[in-house]
Design a binder for this molecule. Structure first.
Ligand code: TRP
Length: 340
């Protein structure tokens, strides 16, 4: 499928509370991909409203969260001139292509989606139709841009397989070679950040303990305090990886240090192993503050000028539309719709 030039697309849910896990797991990857690829990053506000309003918070919260998440990505290093940064609902082609894909995707395929089952929970009858259709909208997000590479977490793998199935079936049904078979770029478990209170649980914005996570909006003092209070066991820091086995909290802190410093865990252990845990924690606190505190400062600076963030999203939407509109128009022609 060499007719498709490499193009990266990814999406993030609008949430005000981004944390270190989001930063190391997704944001840093996206920032890095800017150097080597054409990159399109989308705040998926249409996906956000698929869940109960109590989950996404209502109109005011959605609006704020969309701006916040855009500002956070810019603060972390997404350059809105280099990348296209926009919110999904401003580009009508996403919804338009979703309808065509709704008629390509099969009920049986969607019935197998594990994330729907998890999110719908026991009360499936009361889940929104949008939640069921979530993966089809996601396929439209990607294919409206003929995106070839999609960086996502492990949990989105099944959705990307569905995206490929939709592209294959569309191409087959209409006898065309129109949509690319998108490659997932799975962001590795190496960047899985665990709770600072329990090394076996993922760092999460929904954990009731704020000490369990480092928010991207935390002050330097809070960041340092949370690292110093992070749970550890009674042993010191080992000097090799084997010594971390069965010690999830120590493993997590070493992993965080390595990711923030751009080092391998082995090198971190070589440097700090054998020493007191507390001195490693001090070094980690300093490094975390140095890397993260400026993001909060920059985010606040950006948010102080709502017109700027809005301008970035509008400009991004215009540039996104310029790519998606001809592709979706062609898809309509292929289907047989009368296209003016
Ligand atoms: N479902 C993705 C997530 O929760 C977000 C998303 C929506 C996305 N559309 C996308 C990711 C398109 C990649 C490409 O992480």
């Amino acid at each position: 499928m060499s007719q498709f030039k490499p193009r990266v697309f990814s999406g993030m849910q609008p949430t005000g509370n981004l944390h270190l896990g989001n930063y190391l797991g997704a944001m840093l990857n996206w920032v890095r991909m800017q150097a080597s690829h054409e990159t399109i990053y989308c705040v998926v506000d249409m996906h956000a409203i698929t869940q109960a309003m109590s989950v996404w918070g209502g109109p005011k919260e959605l609006n704020t969260a969309t701006r916040n998440v855009a500002a956070a990505y810019m603060a972390a290093g997404i350059n809105p001139k280099r990348s296209i940064l926009f919110n999904q609902s401003q580009v009508a082609e996403h919804g338009e292509l979703t309808w065509i894909f709704n008629c390509v995707a099969r009920l049986g395929w969607l019935n197998r989606m594990t994330q729907f089952k998890e999110k719908a929970g026991k009360d499936r009858e009361n889940a929104s139709v949008g939640l069921y259709d979530y993966p089809v909208l996601m396929a439209a997000d990607i294919l409206a841009y003929h995106a070839t590479h999609v960086p996502v977490g492990e949990d989105q793998k099944q959705h990307l397989e569905l995206c490929r199935d939709i592209a294959i079936k569309f191409n087959n049904d209409f006898g065309v070679d129109f949509f690319p078979i998108t490659e997932p770029v799975i962001m590795g478990p190496a960047t899985r950040v665990m709770s600072l209170r329990d090394g076996t649980k993922k760092m999460s914005k929904s954990d009731p303990s704020d000490l369990s996570r480092i928010n991207l909006t935390d002050s330097a003092d809070d960041i340092a305090k949370k690292i110093r209070k992070a749970k550890t066991d009674a042993d010191g820091l080992p000097s090799d990886r084997e010594g971390l086995e069965g010690r999830p909290e120590a493993d997590n802190l070493v992993g965080i240090y390595a990711a923030l410093a751009g080092m391998e865990a082995d090198a971190v252990l070589k440097q700090f192993g054998g020493g007191q845990f507390s001195s490693f924690k001090n070094a980690l606190a300093d490094l975390s503050v140095a890397k993260l505190a400026p993001i909060a400062v920059e985010m606040n600076r950006l948010l102080a000028d709502p017109g700027y963030v809005e301008g970035v999203l509008n400009d991004g939407a215009n540039r996104a539309r310029a790519i998606a509109a001809p592709i979706v128009k062609e898809a309509r022609k292929i289907v047989g719709f009368v296209v003016g």
